[in-house]
Design a protein around this ligand. Sequence first.
Ligand SMILES: Nc1ncnc2c1ncn2[C@@H]1O[C@H](COP(=O)(O)OP(=O)(O)OP(=O)(O)O)[C@@H](O)[C@H]1O
Ligand SMILES: O=c1ccn([C@@H]2O[C@H](COP(=O)(O)O)[C@@H](O)[C@H]2O)c(=O)[nH]1
Ligand SMILES: [Mg+2]
Length: 236
Amino acid sequence: MWRRVASLSSSISSSFLAQTASRLNTWESLTTGIAQQAKGVIAPKEKTPFITFFLGGPGSGKGTQCIKIVETFGFAHLSAGDLLRREIASKSADGAMILNTIKEGKIVPSQVTVKLIQKEMELSDNHKFLIDGFPRTEENRVSFERIIGVEPNVVLFFDCPEEEMVKRVLNRNEGRVDDNLETIKKRLTVFQALSLPVINYYSERGKLYTIKAIGTEDEIFEQVRPIFAAFEQTVG
Ligand SMILES: Nc1ncnc2c1ncn2[C@@H]1O[C@H](COP(=O)(O)OP(=O)(O)OP(=O)(O)O)[C@@H](O)[C@H]1O
Ligand SMILES: O=c1ccn([C@@H]2O[C@H](COP(=O)(O)O)[C@@H](O)[C@H]2O)c(=O)[nH]1
Ligand SMILES: [Mg+2]
């Protein structure tokens, strides 16, 4: 089972603690099922999960900053887009549907994405998660809370001008099927219409940190680092 952190600083709110405590049982039952099947052993979770969502438009630099957080603070990085691309590559039953959805810049059904994230979380030995590029919609958000049974502790929003995002994506050169001008325009429209409401939701709940995502990667990391440094003592 997940063990509660013994001493928590005042930077973590009491509502977070109450919320975490009330969800421990749900988390515990979720974590035992698939993990036991996959590993063939009981893998007790000793710590409360600490969940961070990285949100922002296409090319805003979420993945780049996640790599730095992994290196510096030892989080597990779960990119929803990477998990979906892995499904395509593995030719799973949902692969063709996911590929078409990504080419169109649309959003894959929540249940598919949340199940992939859930599986990764359950198989991970880590308790600190960076969930990159998810939730993209209010429906994604509600689905995550319902299926996983926890809410994020911290949400980062990478706020980047559209012109800069388009430039970065067109220069990315990783062979992604959605890195073309036509799909980028659709992704930007989807981001404005469906993802911004999620960002506003977390802002209203006091969980949002907005990062000005222009400048060098290192300059941006200097905005990101203190957020994680502040939580380091409490999350382990
Ligand atoms: N501060 C920066 N300045 C210039 N280029 C950057 C910066 N940060 C990241 N990049 C580059 O921009 C591209 C997009 O970055 P990244 O993949 O991290 O964005 P993302 O938010 O994960 O995008 P997506 O949502 O499309 O996955 C990459 O080629 C990356 O190397
Ligand atoms: O939660 C998610 C995350 C991603 N998608 C689809 O994948 C692409 C690429 O995602 P990146 O985070 O930019 O790698 C995105 O445009 C969506 O089509 C999704 O549906 N749900
Ligand atoms: Mg990315």
